[in-house]
Design a protein around this ligand. Structure first.
Ligand SMILES: [Zn+2]
Length: 74
């Protein structure tokens, strides 16, 4: 299977936010709840559509933009 990487960028204003990411296997939209103060963080989420494990790297910059990189978990 091809290895894909997807990136989503949002601006966070709430302490807890719903971060969207695109499944790198089936391209469906998923969401995960992230706590702003825990960023940056890495986690593995299973796609709710195709159930493949997705490695997420969620980071935040100085202006509050949250970036989620989704890659297939090995
Ligand atoms: Zn999927």
């Amino acid at each position: 299977m091809d290895r894909h990487k997807t990136t989503a960028l949002i601006v966070v204003t709430d302490p807890i936010t719903e971060q969207r990411f695109t499944c790198p296997y089936c391209w469906e939209q998923n969401e995960t709840m992230v706590e702003r103060q825990e960023l940056p963080m890495e986690l593995i989420e299973d796609c709710r559509v195709c159930c493949h494990p997705i490695q997420l790297r969620i980071s935040i910059d100085a202006s509050g933009r949250v970036q989620a990189d989704a890659e297939p978990a090995a």
